[in-house]
Design a protein around this ligand. Structure first.
Ligand SMILES: [Zn+2]
Length: 421
């Protein structure tokens, strides 16, 4: 009888660990992690409903599950936990405070919405006190509608800017559906994130930027002697502003700006933050070549330990107010491969001839600008159809890009089709 119970327990544990993903092995190899994290994950997983019961299209009368039992939370009483959820190319970070408050910074791309929802449920969380949409790009707000519809939500912060994409519209609709209003986030604001923890917004600090990335809401969370900095996709311009505002940028863990792109992480900023650890959220083999070589070289030369979701999967950092431990082994300083964009550069003037549309016909042809960024627009139209456009077709200038591709093959692999004649 006892044997059968043990086998059953073992099976359940295996299932949970396989659901948690590729961090599992590393989890088990890393003895320095506070036992609390894992115990909490396990017990709350058991109390959760299976993933497939996740709310698909909730009605206004949705009932939220009862709060998880107190004893589960007791074990995390003195811990601040930051989960950098592996959402491929994108950002999604869940925070839990010692007083039981929760915050979600971004939700990854739309396709990751369910994964983020399930991950949060596995932590035994029913309510998200604060949602921060760092900025309006689809790899940050894409998954948020699923989250907003699945949990009780306290407050939602986003930068004061609009964007004309289907993804943004979906986000706004979800907020409206919950009867909530978006609070405009600005540098200098203090957030109520429960007892013992301070949460301060450090950016944006201007009304207008050329790049949507610079609208990114930057948040610093301090607990005891430890601090975490979350930068969204803030680039050089915003970093410079935070420096000149004189904010205390010092943090132990830096979520590296813009997926490790060279457009962020200036020397001055890195030195002011002076982190022990850097976390990079990016997808394996992503089209942008993130993280960029320049950034990785800086982090290496400053002796900063790097954790990255493309190598480590979901990264969980736990602070007891004095020290921070991680659930996985560090990643390395290898830059992302950018598909040899430097040698594949196609002169834009050469490419932008009048193209036969319906199907452009050269699936492998590379369309990139001088910095290696893809020039094929992936648009999601009002009917939710995913269509890509190449410069020269009649819609190119009229459509907004949700995502950029370098080749038609890439666009089609992501579920986008060419426009019809
Ligand atoms: Zn991004």
């Amino acid at each position: 009888m006892l044997k059968r119970k043990l086998v059953f327990l073992l099976l359940i544990t295996i299932i949970i660990f396989s659901l948690i993903g590729c961090t599992t092995t590393q989890n088990m190899q890393q003895p320095q992690i506070p036992a609390q994290t894992q115990e909490q994950t396990n017990t709350s997983s058991l109390s959760q409903q299976p993933a497939h019961e996740a709310v698909q299209s909730p009605s206004k009368t949705d009932k939220f599950p009862e709060p998880s039992n107190e004893s589960n939370n007791k074990e995390n009483d003195k811990l601040l936990i930051a989960h950098y959820i592996d959402v491929g190319q994108g950002d999604s970070i869940l925070l839990q405070t010692p007083s039981g408050k929760t915050m979600l910074i971004d939700g990854g791309v739309p396709e990751m919405g369910d994964k983020v929802v399930n991950y949060i449920k596995k932590q035994g969380i029913n309510k998200i006190d604060i949602i921060i949409a760092t900025h309006l790009h689809f790899d940050h707000i894409g998954g948020l509608p699923a989250v907003i519809k699945s949990f009780e939500i306290g407050k939602i912060y986003a930068p004061k800017v609009t964007h004309t994409t289907k993804t943004y519209e979906n986000f706004l609709n979800a907020v409206k559906y919950r009867g909530l209003k978006i609070i405009a986030a600005k540098g200098g604001m203090d957030l109520d994130f429960g007892e013992g923890v301070t949460a301060k917004i450090l950016a944006p600090n201007s009304e207008k930027y050329d790049s949507l990335n610079n609208y990114s809401v930057v948040v610093k969370i301090t607990y005891g002697n430890t601090a975490f900095l979350f930068t969204g996709d803030a680039e050089k311009e915003s970093e410079q502003e935070m420096l000149s505002k004189g904010y205390d940028l010092k943090a132990d863990v830096l979520k590296v700006g813009h997926h490790g792109s060279s457009s962020a992480s200036t020397w001055a900023f890195l030195k002011a933050v002076n982190p022990k650890y850097a976390v990079i959220s990016c997808g394996k083999g992503n089209d942008y070549g993130h993280p960029h070589k320049e950034t990785m070289e800086k982090l290496k030369s400053l002796g900063i330990t790097v954790y990255r979701t493309d190598e480590c999967g979901t990264i969980v950092a736990v602070s007891d107010g004095r020290t921070i431990s991680f659930n996985v082994k560090p990643g390395d300083y290898t830059a992302g491969s950018s598909g040899n964009s430097s040698t594949l550069n196609t002169s834009s003037s050469m490419t932008f001839q009048s193209l036969p549309y319906g199907y452009y016909g050269e699936p492998g042809k590379v369309y990139v600008d001088s910095s290696g960024r893809g020039l094929i627009k992936g648009n999601i139209n009002s009917k939710g159809e995913k269509i890509y456009h190449i410069h020269g077709d009649p819609w190119y200038d009229k459509t907004k890009a949700e995502v950029w591709f370098k080749t038609e093959t890439e666009a089609q692999a992501a579920g986008f089709r060419p426009p019809k004649k």
